[in-house]
Design a protein around this ligand. Structure first.
Ligand SMILES: [Zn+2]
Length: 93
């Protein structure tokens, strides 16, 4: 079990190679190939994050639109109620 965790630690996901020692892994991680892979995977995860946030933004935009429409309906209803009330008051006087 201990061996498995050591070999897993010395595995580089960019090429799936298990290195003999930490030093060799570190040396490999300084290579251009590894750094390019690192940058590419970073870009990939940033793109995912961007998509996720874009989705959140459009959800919120939709919610805002719905609320705006509800506000308009309520304003209209309030106008009707006000004029109803006004006409009743006029009748009483
Ligand atoms: Zn690597």
């Amino acid at each position: 079990m201990g061996d498995t965790s050591i070999t897993t630690n010395l595995l580089c996901p960019c090429n799936n190679i298990i290195y003999d020692s930490e030093k060799k892994l570190k040396t490999h991680q300084k290579t251009l190939g590894h750094r390019i892979w690192e940058t590419q995977s970073e870009i990939k995860s940033l793109k995912c994050e961007l998509t996720r946030r874009d989705n959140t933004i459009s959800q919120l935009e939709r919610k805002i639109l719905e609320r705006d429409q509800r506000i308009l309906v309520l304003k209209e209803r309030s106008k009707v109620l006000k004029s109803c009330l006004q006409s009743r008051m006029d009748d009483m006087s």
